[in-house]
Design a protein around this ligand. Structure first.
Ligand SMILES: [Zn+2]
Length: 401
């Protein structure tokens, strides 16, 4: 039943996406973009009854989950129109899929049993306590496994014993370099794991589409990718929790600015750095790890009361952290920094992390003294209402002196 419900939701997502895409393209060519707003959630959910008549198997999915899918699509389009995300993508059958029960009133929880609309009582393994008021429930499939997650509302604070600040350089060679002189590598696949992934991929492409042998190979490949992803998420969780609970100020690079200035040949600030970043498997895995890490850091800092500051990454890699002399010649190699003015020598990523820390401290002081209209106040993309400080887009709490 869950497979059918996931399938119905996937079909509805694709159908509604095609519908909205057609309207959007027509409106764009006619120059009448006002039309786009008329095919939002309300319009599409009003078509749902007719669709169910036309395609009776849609009724196999709990009605509320279909509505939740249309709401998700609405969100995806809002993010696209606001420039926060790319155009919504079509969902493929092999991608697992998930359904969300948006109405917590229809869900009951007793021990290791959960009551879901249309499905009845379902047994699950409760891997952690569900504390707080349940808002919605998502059931999804990953490889051969079903997962259930309860979105709860509550007050979640983390202790914070730290008073010091730290700057982070999220680099390529040594994943996270810190201004304290340490660096931590977020795990990426080893050479052997990389080879095994490629071999599994080759096996898949050799086998006939639709065959049982191909399906088994796809499952083996998906399982390995999932394990690798879980491993790096685990490391990112441990590191972000540690940092958020032991520091009062954490400074990172502003990714938005970084992306804007990045080119294949490298930026003015970081010549040739991106040239080395080939579109390999490890590269994209590390990019994912960094994105996860930033996201975790953001919400954990909010919980622990640590201040998270994002600074412009320009010139952080070629400025001397000791005498602040800035020149491309300072950067002897990818790993070594040697100041041509004062002779200061250091690991290049650590030197950059110290510069990021310095810039973050300067921004903190400036933010406390004067208003800089250029980059504040900003509004958070998801809320659009909250007033925030700095260029992070992250709510800032009072910094413990
Ligand atoms: Zn120097």
């Amino acid at each position: 039943m869950l497979v059918q419900a996931c399938g119905a939701n996937r079909w509805l997502w694709n159908w509604a996406l095609r519908y909205r895409e057609d309207v959007w393209l027509a409106a764009k060519s006619a120059g009448a973009t006002g039309l786009v707003g008329s095919v939002g959630y309300n319009h599409l959910s009003s078509l749902l009854v007719g669709l169910k008549e036309q395609y009776p198997w849609l009724k196999l999915a709990p009605h509320h989950t279909l509505q939740a899918t249309l709401r998700d699509l609405d969100q995806a389009f809002s993010a696209f129109f606001a420039g926060r995300a790319g155009f919504p993508v079509y969902r493929r059958k092999g991608d697992g899929g998930s359904i969300r029960f948006p109405d917590a009133k229809q869900v009951k929880l007793e021990g290791d049993l959960v009551f879901l609309p249309k499905l009845g009582w379902v047994r699950f393994r409760r891997s952690r306590p569900v504390d707080g008021k349940i808002r919605n429930v998502t059931v999804g499939r990953e490889g051969g496994h079903w997962t259930i997650s309860f979105c709860v509302e509550g007050n979640y604070t983390m202790p914070n014993a730290g008073c010091a600040g730290i700057g982070l350089d999220l680099g390529v060679e040594r994943s996270v370099a810190m201004s304290s002189g340490e660096y931590v590598s977020l795990p990426v696949p080893s050479k052997r794991e990389d080879q095994r992934l490629r071999r599994l991929q080759r096996i898949i492409s050799r086998r006939f589409k639709g065959s049982a042998r191909r399906r088994r190979a796809v499952e083996r490949h998906a399982k390995m990718k999932r394990n690798l992803a879980n491993r790096r998420k685990d490391a990112a969780h441990k590191l972000s929790t540690h940092l958020a609970t032991t520091h009062a100020l954490i400074v990172i690079e502003d990714l938005k600015i970084k992306q804007m200035t990045a080119t294949a040949a490298g930026t003015v600030a970081e010549p040739g750095r991106n040239v080395r970043q080939k579109a390999g498997l490890n590269r994209s895995m590390l990019a994912n790890a960094h994105a996860d890490f930033r996201r975790m850091l953001a919400y954990k800092c909010e919980r622990s009361g640590a201040r998270l500051e994002a600074v412009n990454p320009a010139y952080t890699s070629q400025t001397c952290s000791q005498c602040h002399y800035c020149a491309p010649e300072n950067r002897k190699s990818q790993a070594v920094f040697l100041c041509v003015a004062c002779g200061h020598q250091q690991n290049a990523d650590i030197n950059a992390a110290i510069n990021i820390m310095t810039a973050g401290l300067a921004a903190t002081v400036r933010g406390g003294l004067e208003e800089t209209p250029a980059d504040e106040p900003r509004t958070h993309p998801s809320s659009g209402k909250r007033k925030l400080s700095g260029s992070t887009g992250i709510p800032v709490k009072a910094l413990a002196a």
